[in-house]
Design a protein around this ligand. Structure first.
Ligand code: SAH
Ligand code: SF4
Ligand code: F3S
Length: 453
């Protein structure tokens, strides 16, 4: 839809998958105002930075990007135009006032719970000088006010079902930036999933800061569980694959574990962050589970779904972490055997309990531990990928591959797969034989009948 009012919108997104989803929803809410996406910031009528506050460097990136955009904003003004500059996401929520102090040329600062108010904020920013700031946690749920997406949809899609966190891990800003846990009702999730499938999605990843704490109202109006939601979603014709992320071990209930064994569309891959393998550090982190309890959950998942693969997040150098604690984390990694993982050096975040701890681990020690941990995880990932060589597995074809004539797709365990094949297969789940497992991907060939077809 192009009209005389057409304007351009450039977005830069950092952080987690929920921010990726949110950027899409912000584009949806601005589309009726005539804003269409552009890849370039120069000359754009509006630029939104969707930010992440999880670690120190994440926030610093925002300020350096703002410095660069200021020049483009001035250039635009010199040409008689206007570039509205907005900062959204978790840095906006946590440091709204600081943003306006350090970068007074920013027009709009908006927290993650206020995206439905964006049109009104744009109108206010267009009319008047001075910044518009919205960082309250409004009483209404933004999802009730966001429009349905009309944007093109790929083969894989994200769908936020739960937001916020009540867990208050010692190190983490998320409970402060995303607010209290809230779940969307089952009916709303089902309706959005059906729309995504109608527009071409074959795989949906349910998102939430604590997605397995989802307790949205079910069909009878009473709180349901994620296992029940997954079973309902699996009935949608055309939806081939379901995933969910990120989960907390404490919310891994029996119904969800059973769903892994009984719902074929639920993929055999789970990101279940453990953070540490030391009970002392897990307690200091306020994770409220032990290493043994985590191992027991993994064992129950493997009983329900023997081919399930695990992924996790790890933090090294949390205040008070000794060499012995770190060794316990290495032992847990050896005991589980991860297919993939993310690992970070502890980064003190203002306002969190861990940042106030007096015993911080020296930076050089954090570096050494992170390197040792990542070497072990890389080894496990490479071994996991290599073990698939020679096996024939179902691959969801998502688009063109890296080289000409290639298609790219996803394995059930989330590895990227590349093979020679026609683009007509995009959106289909096809059998492929793995020819080689690389550190981060798989090479494959289409099984014969498809290759000849
Ligand atoms: N449950 C959340 C976790 C978000 S944060 C989710 O939806 O993904 C993602 C990961 O960042 C955490 O699991 C943790 O490993 C890491 N992290 C969080 N705060 C951190 C900090 N202060 N320093 C280093 N890593 C951190
Ligand atoms: Fe952060 Fe812990 Fe909540 Fe995850 S569970 S978002 S790590 S406070
Ligand atoms: Fe970052 Fe906020 Fe996500 S801090 S990880 S963007 S919830």
């Amino acid at each position: 839809m192009n009209n005389a009012n057409s304007k351009t919108l450039h977005m830069i997104t950092w952080g987690c998958q929920m921010n990726v989803y949110d950027s899409g929803r912000m584009a949806d809410v601005l589309a009726p105002l005539g804003y269409a996406g552009t890849d370039r910031p120069d000359g754009a009528d509006m630029v939104i930075l969707n930010t992440c506050h999880i670690r120190d460097r994440a926030a610093e990136k925002v300020f350096s990007e703002l410095g660069r955009l200021r020049l483009l904003q001035e250039q635009r003004a010199a040409e008689g135009g206007r570039m509205i500059l907005a900062v959204a996401g978790c840095v906006a929520q946590a440091e709204g006032a600081e943003i306006l102090a350090r970068a007074p040329y920013v027009d709009i600062v908006l927290g993650p719970q206020t995206y439905h108010k964006l049109p009104e904020m744009v109108a206010r920013a267009s009319r008047a000088a001075g910044a518009v700031i919205e960082t309250d946690f409004p009483v209404e749920q933004k999802f009730d006010f966001l429009p349905d997406s009309m944007a093109p949809q790929g083969v894989t899609a994200f769908l936020t079902v739960q937001e916020g966190c009540d867990k208050f891990c010692s190190f983490c800003v998320v409970p402060y930036t995303r607010g209290a846990e809230a779940s969307r009702p089952l009916g709303a999730v089902m309706a959005e999933a059906r729309r995504l499938v109608a527009r071409g999605a074959r795989e949906i990843t349910l998102l939430g800061q604590n997605v397995n704490a989802w307790h949205g109202a079910g069909a009878d109006g009473r709180p349901a569980t994620l296992g029940g939601l997954i079973r309902a979603l699996a009935e949608i014709p055309g939806l081939a694959r379901i995933r969910y992320t990120t989960s907390h071990p404490r919310d891994m209930d029996a119904e969800l574990i059973a769903a892994h064994g009984e719902v074929p569309a639920l993929m055999p891959f789970l990101h279940l962050p453990v953070q540490s393998g030391s009970d002392r550090i897990l307690a200091a982190m306020n994770r409220r589970h032990t290493a043994a309890e985590y191992l027991e959950i993994v064992a129950r998942l493997r009983t329900a779904r023997p081919d399930i693969a695990l992924s996790s997040d790890f933090i090294v150098g949390h205040p008070g972490e000794t060499e012995r604690d770190f060794e316990a984390t290495m032992q847990l990694i050896r005991d589980v055997g991860f297919a993939q993982a993310f690992s970070f050096k502890y980064s003190p975040r203002p306002g969190t309990p861990a940042a106030a701890a007096t015993v911080q681990v020296p930076e050089a020690e954090k570096d050494r531990r992170l390197q040792a941990l990542q070497a072990l995880l890389r080894e496990q990932q490479a071994a996991f990928n290599a073990r698939l060589a020679g096996r024939t597995i179902p691959v969801l074809v998502t688009g063109p591959g890296r080289h000409g004539g290639q298609i790219g797709g996803r394995s059930p365990w989330l590895q990227p797969v590349h093979a020679q094949g026609p683009l007509s297969l995009v959106g289909e789940v096809v059998e492929m034989t793995i020819t080689a497992g690389h550190p981060n991907s798989l090479s494959a060939t289409l099984v014969e009948e498809r290759a000849c077809a």
